[in-house]
Design a protein around this ligand. Structure first.
Ligand SMILES: *Cc1c(COP(=O)(O)O)cnc(C)c1O
Length: 463
């Protein structure tokens, strides 16, 4: 399978190259030239497969000319064997046709584990084969960092540098990153916000000269392998509630548009999905684009759902590329203008976007109210990101006869502030990390200055 850039200029790559590349050289993101498509009969025949076996079915068409099936199978099996629930991604019923898909049973308690625990193995496998070393640089609003570090900590072929906004991630999130003391793991606390971190990573990919010949790899959701891994649980959730014989709807708490984009791809690959809801917090640019064709940046606000405190959603570009009939020049023009000004989508393309997605923005107050309401109704404790998804699902639902599944993107223990504000008690840490607060931490606080950050990285890579 070939992968092409959303800006139309960079060379096409194969899976292995895309896995190591990150951003395309023309500033775009890589997408498959064509998607695999599955028939209803084929999808139906997967009912009863284990999560890992299902993952192999969905993922292998994207990978199969680069990695042998047997090797891929082992990596997938090991990845999901590391989750703390036999179903891997269990569904919980909140009410009639109202479900949450628990994606927080991985080692770092957020859905990022689904992709990043596999990504670490895929990268290591390919680097061993090529006898290469990779410097990973990633920005995190909290959950990506810990999952990526967990995925890479054992790789001898990777140095990983994770930038997080200093004092802007929750304590559990920070500790999950900074208590990994492996020599190849480096945590940078940047004096800035998440968009500053992300911008610095993007600029470093565009000009890698500071690495003096070493190569930079990406763990953010610009890395195609992350999106690919997330397609799987849309299939598993549908199969669990009677799909593909009946349609299902999904509500997805959204930041960088990666997770919801995976749902959009699942639909294009043949899964009957009747509705996709984009749920945002106060940082609602995606909601404003989808509902009113207003793609304008506003200043970033820190909310109780920090993993969604993002203004520039990189994966939105992947969806637009599709909607603009894969016309790279149009996307290049749009995204370049968006850097400095407010933009609108072409009216006909915007109509398409509106047909594909519903959207809703939820502020902190409504987030806490939803946590409290759902707990009172059902006894179930939502994390703030998931609460935004549930609230958006309830507001946007079109057909009450269709199961509406909200992606539960994190365990509530990661975000005790919101749970306490909702008037509830924070749950205890799961057993495998009960001693998290006693572990030693290591991180470096740096100014919001790219030269300083790049010098730190150059000084700390394995020679
Ligand atoms: C990363 C994250 C999100 C947003 O996911 P995107 O793929 O960036 O849209 C939502 N909730 C939690 C808990 C996250 O960690």
């Amino acid at each position: 399978m070939k992968y092409i850039s959303t800006r139309g200029q960079a060379p096409a790559l194969n899976f292995e190259e895309v896995l190591l590349a990150g951003l395309a050289s023309d500033g775009g993101l890589y997408v498959p030239e064509e998607l695999p498509a599955f028939s209803q009969e084929e999808i139906a025949s997967w009912a009863g497969l284990s999560y890992a076996d299902l993952a192999f079915k969905v993922i292998s068409p994207f990978v199969n000319d680069c990695i042998a099936d047997a090797d891929l199978k082992v990596m997938i099996d090991e990845t999901y064997a590391g989750f703390n629930h036999t179903a891997v991604a269990p569904l919980k019923e909140l009410g009639t046709n109202e479900w949450v898909l628990e994606l927080f049973h991985g080692p770092t308690l957020a859905f990022k584990d689904f992709a990043l625990q596999l990504l670490g193995r895929l990268m290591d496998h390919v680097l061993v084969k090529r006898n290469e070393h990779l410097v990973i640089m990633g920005a995190t609003s909290g959950d990506t960092g810990s999952a990526a570090i967990e995925g890479c900590r054992h790789s001898k072929h990777v140095d990983i540098f994770i930038l997080h906004p200093h004092n802007r991630v929750s304590e559990v999130q920070r500790k999950q990153m900074t208590t990994v003391l492996a020599d190849n793991v480096h945590n940078i606390a940047l004096e800035g916000n998440f968009d500053d971190c992300q911008e610095m990573v993007k600029a470093s990919f565009a000009d890698q000269s500071f690495l003096k010949g070493m190569k930079l790899g990406a763990v953010n959701s610009i890395n195609w392998a992350r999106i690919m891994s997330q397609i799987v649980y849309y299939f598993s959730a549908s199969l669990a509630v009677g799909g593909p014989h009946r349609p299902v709807a999904f509500s997805v708490p959204t930041g960088n548009f990666g997770d919801i984009f995976a749902g959009y791809l699942a639909k294009k690959m043949g899964l009957p999905i009747s509705q996709l809801v984009v749920a945002t917090n106060h940082n609602d640019i995606l909601h404003r684009v989808i509902s009113g064709n207003d793609m304008s940046k506003q200043s970033l606000v820190h909310t109780l759902s920090p993993s969604m405190d993002i203004m520039v959603s990189s994966n939105f570009e992947r969806m637009l590329f599709d909607v603009y009939d894969k016309h790279g020049a149009s996307i290049d023009d749009l995204m370049k203008r968006f850097k400095t000004e407010s933009v609108q989508l072409d009216p006909a393309k915007w109509e398409k976007v509106r047909e594909l997605f519903d959207s809703y923005a939820v502020d902190d107050e409504a987030t806490c109210q939803t946590i409290a309401d759902v707990h009172a109704e059902t006894g179930y404790l939502l994390d703030p990101h998931t609460a935004i998804g549930v609230k958006a699902a309830r507001e946007c639902i079109r057909d009450k006869a269709v199961p509406m599944i909200t992606l539960a993107t994190a365990h509530p223990v990661k975000f005790p502030d919101a749970v306490l504000k909702a008037g509830l008690e924070s749950p205890a840490l799961p057993e495998h990390m009960a001693d998290l607060f006693d572990r030693e931490e290591r991180m470096t606080v740096l100014d919001n200055d790219i030269a300083g950050v790049q010098a730190f990285i150059a000084d700390n890579v394995t020679p």
